[in-house]
Each structure stands twice: as C-alpha cells, then as structure tokens.
Design a protein. Structure first.
Length: 235
C-alpha cells in the first residue's frame, strides 16, 4: 500500500456507453483512484476514493459523469484521523463511512448528505466496531461484520455479526444546521464469530426485505455463505 501510493502512477477514470461503445475519460490523476460506486438514484453521480493507507489520503470524493463537480466528502481535523469503506444509502442521498478520530481510538459511523451537506455521526464502542457496515433500504437499521484483535480497533471481544439501531442525540442546545448531528449505534449481537478467521472479511449485507443479514464465513473450515434472521426468536 505504501509503495503503490508513493509511486504516483498516472491513472484515468472513464465511462463506457454500453450501446455505442464510446469511451470517455472523465478524470486523469496520479492519485490512486479506486472503489467506484454509482449513486443508486442518480446515474450521473459517481463516488470514488483516493486509495492508500487511510491516514495518508483524503479518501472519499464524488464526481459527475461529465467530469465536473469534483467534491471531497470529508476533511480531517486531527492527525491520524481516518475514514473509509464508504457506501451509499439506498435513496442516494447519504454516503456512509467508517470514521475513526483518531485511528484505532474512537469509532463512528459517519454520514454525509450529498443534497444538503448535513452530517451525522453515530458513535460505537471498540468491541462493536466492524470492518464493514451496511444499511437497510429504508435506512433504519445498520449491520456490521465485527473484527478480531488484529484489526485496527484491536477489539478484545469483537468477533460478532452485529445489528445496529441508530439513536440520534436529542439537541437541547444550539440549533445550527452546520453542526454535526451526533448519535449512538445501539448494538445487538446476532452471530458468534469466535471460530471465524478474519483474514476472510465477512462483508455483511441485508436482504431487500431487511429480514436477514447475509455474510460469508470460514467458521467451519471452508468458506460458506450464511444468513441470520434480524428478528429475535420467539422460542
């Protein structure tokens, strides 16, 4: 990662018209471009990242498919602040991402509204930090795939598949729309991953009906795809 970032190899981001085959370069760069994700609702809006060690890059950006409106989504305010594993909300309004202030010490799921610029940060504890988050289509629930002690959180008891319920902090103070809206993720453990080797990242996602969390695991040796029900058992 360090060597690739330092190489500053020339790159180009391009689009391909699937009907005509026309190729259009929309961005040339010597930054390491990666992780392209179209907005789920706006085919002209593309999210991408500057790849590399997270503490050395300004990671999350958006660009229009005509090459205009290049926008940095997050500007760090402290040394060793890191962010990444960005993903879209299904409505195309919010970009969510893992935020740590600083790296490996304080953990947030951060959101940026691409229409209004509003920011939301949900706090979570060290053992609850996941390698990846995901969200239901209605944006009401999040899930996470946990992590072992070798991951950036160094969590002593983090090997779980988690369900998260976002809980905003009620503002009884200054009303300022430019301020970050804080909140907390209330965690529920869904699957014990103690026998999983986290060299394989589980990569959680919800089914479209939000009733199941799907993930992969090697807890039985070979790698299989699993699903765990979101609703608690009534038995």
């Amino acid at each position: 990662m360090e060597e690739r970032l330092a190489a500053h190899l020339p790159m180009a981001m391009f689009t391909v018209d699937v009907k005509s085959g026309a190729v259009k370069v929309i961005l040339k760069s010597t930054d390491w471009l990666n992780h392209l994700e179209f907005s789920p609702t706006d085919p002209t809006l593309l999210m991408y990242c500057h790849e590399g060690p997270w503490h050395k890059v300004d990671r999350i950006w958006t660009i229009h498919t005509d090459g205009t409106h290049i926008t940095k989504i997050h500007t760090r305010t402290m040394a060793m602040e890191i962010l990444g594993h960005e993903f879209w909300n299904a409505d195309g309004k919010t970009i969510w991402y893992d935020l740590q202030t600083p790296r490996g010490q304080d953990f947030w799921l951060a959101g940026y509204n691409v229409e209004t610029g509003a920011r939301t940060w949900y706090h979570l504890e060290r053992n609850e930090w996941p390698i990846h988050f995901n969200v239901t289509n209605d944006g009401k629930l999040f899930c996470g795939d946990g992590g072992d002690a070798g991951q950036v959180a160094h969590a002593p008891d983090g090997k779980w598949i988690y369900l998260f319920r976002p809980e905003p902090v009620v503002n009884r103070g200054v009303e300022d729309r430019t301020m970050i809206q804080p909140g907390v993720l209330r965690a529920e453990r869904l699957v014990n991953m103690s026998k999983h080797d986290y060299k394989l990242e589980p990569n959680v996602s919800f089914t479209p009906d939000a009733k199941w969390v799907v993930f992969r695991s090697n807890m039985f040796g070979a790698t299989y795809v699993f699903a765990v029900e979101v609703a608690k058992s009534q038995e």
